[in-house]
Design a protein around this ligand. Structure first.
Ligand SMILES: [Zn+2]
Length: 299
């Protein structure tokens, strides 16, 4: 009897210790990167390959696990010099996924056209991501279909072709900053760059609270967040500071595959399930935005 009580106490201690460990770990983020190998305007002082190297270096320096990069094969036609960026990504042990060949918007095109665009990207992934699990789809523009039929049709198609969906549950509009940043670099406008940098981090910080409020409203608790990033010049510059910000906010970092093991993502990894219609059980604050017109900077 005494032994049994003792073992139960030990067991309870292990459970409490595990729970404390889980709490101490804090919320988690999985970084994901869109539009490889070329996103937005390219400032004259850098190259696509250098942008990729900076992103990989900052991720490694921050101790982050490998992050998916979602490829648009058409960029290899537009900017053939960007090609080594895909090789660097894989050489660093980072996986690649499908973002459709021409970044086609499913909400604006037919399902047939969109499916063809997804398939046209596959030889690129077979070439650069051989031997890794590239069957992860990031919908371009996060557009999952403007009608129920299209949306269900896309899921059926992706299921038949062995894909999982790379969801997005944290996004602060990082892509908005890359064009004005390139203009500021061209004008050598340090004040403009400083203004963009300050806003970038401020909005990213506010989006932490917003994403967590949405998760609490829908699921009642934190989920592992899947963060949407783009391989832009300013993103590459800001990444060390952004990672620092998330660490200060108590986040640790996981892979997309691990994040999507959470039940919140069940319908993303099992496309035979119906697309979920999330219900918010509490009001959430509006999505944070810059408090000035980012597109007017350095014009
Ligand atoms: Zn994209």
């Amino acid at each position: 009897m005494r032994v049994r009580i003792l073992s139960e106490i030990v067991f309870a201690g292990i459970v409490l210790g595990w729970a404390a460990g889980a709490l101490a770990q804090g919320p988690q983020i999985a970084f994901t990167w869109d539009d490889l190998p070329a996103h937005s305007a390219l400032p004259a002082n850098t190259t696509r390959v250098e942008i990729g190297k900076k992103i990989l270096a900052a991720m490694k320096a921050g101790g982050l696990p490998p992050a998916y990069g979602f490829v648009n094969g058409v960029q290899l036609e537009h900017e053939p010099l960007s090609e080594p960026m895909l090789r660097d990504w894989r050489a660093a042990g980072f996986p690649l996924g499908n973002h459709a060949y021409t970044h086609m918007n499913l909400n604006q095109r037919s399902l047939e056209d969109w499916e063809a665009d997804v398939l046209k990207n596959e030889p690129v992934l077979q070439k650069y991501a051989a031997g890794s699990d590239w069957h992860w789809m990031r919908y371009p523009y996060l557009a999952e279909g403007n009608t129920a039929e299209k949306s269900a049709g896309a899921r059926k198609f992706l299921l038949a072709h062995g894909y999982k969906v790379a969801d997005v549950t944290m996004s602060f509009g990082d892509y908005m900053y890359n064009e004005p940043y390139a203009r500021c670099v061209a004008k050598n406008d340090a004040a403009g760059i400083a203004k963009l940098e300050e806003s970038y981090l401020k909005v990213a910080d506010a989006e932490v609270d917003h994403s967590r409020a949405v998760a609490k409203a829908v699921w009642g608790n934190d989920i592992p967040y899947v963060l949407l990033m783009h391989v832009g010049a300013m993103d590459a510059e800001m990444l060390p500071k952004l990672i620092e910000l998330y660490k200060k906010r108590g986040f640790t970092f996981v892979t997309l595959q691990d994040a999507e093991k959470d039940p919140a993502y069940a319908a993303d990894v099992d496309l035979s399930l119906p697309a979920p219609a999330w219900v918010r059980n509490a009001p959430v604050p509006p999505q944070p935005k810059p408090d000035f017109d980012v597109n007017a900077v350095c014009k």
